[in-house]
Design a protein around this ligand. Structure first.
Ligand SMILES: Cc1cc2nc3c(=O)[nH]c(=O)nc-3n(C[C@H](O)[C@H](O)[C@H](O)COP(=O)(O)OP(=O)(O)OC[C@H]3O[C@@H](n4cnc5c(N)ncnc54)[C@H](O)[C@@H]3O)c2cc1C
Ligand code: FES
Length: 252
């Protein structure tokens, strides 16, 4: 590991030297992390890769339970056992469309590489309960993306939900059709999907689910999806996902 520093509230940025995994990472993929020194925490914890390059890989994580609490206490010289990169990430941005990224909380982490590697700049919309849940705005601005913020308590950006910001933006759009890339809570993803389906736009969404093995073996992470003949089937979020086009998902 290289650094493990608090960012804002309960959010931390962990950077590690990784000559093997970092060059392989595609936007939206994740790493499965063993929590060091915690033999009682048998299961690894999944985290989206935030940044990857130059032999370094970083994750942006929220302290929510025992694993992330222990992670937040690790010194910078600790070694970390990670598996990855795992899962099917976001496809390349379609250069004929306008990329619109929509994030809730740490969902920003999964979207940064989409923006960094996109052939054109677009807009990022990020929402959270309070200003403390709004992360990485400066990182996106530094690479030339416009960022629009919404918080439920109005402490930063527009008061309300990120999907309201998205509605206002789309209503005023001219020219290229939007292509959405979204990561955040399930309710937000469903709202993005409804809008994309209603407007006949493409929306790539990254699902978040508690995981077991992270490599497709245990079926702890299944999601009901449509198969090629439109019938219901199950997909493993860790293997066939975490990213799906929103029409693939059966929303219940
Ligand atoms: C593909 C993927 C990418 C992710 N990327 C990130 C990321 O970039 N940054 C980040 O902070 N977190 C991310 N997560 C969520 C992260 O894996 C969990 O927050 C973490 O495993 C919690 O571990 P813990 O031991 O601290 O909490 P636990 O003690 O295991 O759980 C604490 C609480 O968090 C809930 N929880 C556990 N896992 C999840 C989950 N996957 N989603 C929602 N709630 C959960 C539990 O139900 C419980 O209420 C991602 C999850 C997935 C599936
Ligand atoms: S976590 Fe085991 S199959 Fe997905």
């Amino acid at each position: 590991m290289v650094s493990n520093t608090p960012v804002e509230g309960d959010y931390f940025l962990l950077e590690l030297a990784s000559r093997v995994v970092a060059p392989l990472v595609q936007p939206g993929q994740f790493v499965h992390v063993r929590i060091p020194g915690r033999n009682d925490l048998v299961l690894r914890r999944p985290f989206s890769v935030f940044r990857a390059g130059d032999g370094l890989l970083s994750i942006l994580y929220k302290r929510v339970g025992e694993g992330t609490q222990s992670l937040s206490e690790l010194p910078a010289d600790a070694a970390l056992d990670i598996l990855g990169p795992l899962g099917r990430g976001f496809p390349p941005v379609n250069p004929e469309k306008l990329p619109v990224l929509v994030a809730g909380g740490y969902g920003m982490a999964a979207l940064y590489l989409v923006a960094e590697r996109a052939p054109k700049k677009g807009v990022v919309m990020v929402g959270g309960a309070t200003g403390k849940d709004i992360l990485c705005v400066a990182d996106f601005e530094r690479i030339g993306w416009e960022v629009r913020v919404a918080t439920e308590d109005g402490s930063r950006g527009t008061r309300g939900r990120v999907t309201e910001v998205m509605d206002a933006y789309v209503a005023g759009m001219e020219g290229a059709a939007p292509e959405f890339f979204a990561c955040g809570p399930m309710g937000m993803l469903k709202a993005v999907a409804e809008r994309a389906i209603g407007g006949s736009w493409t929306a790539w969404i990254s699902l978040d689910r508690n995981m077991g093995c992270g490599v497709g073996a245990c079926l702890a992470c299944v999601q009901k999806v449509r198969d090629e003949s439109d019938g219901p089937t199950w997909a493993r979020i860790c293997k066939e996902g975490p990213v799906f086009e929103c029409r693939e998902v059966i929303w219940e």
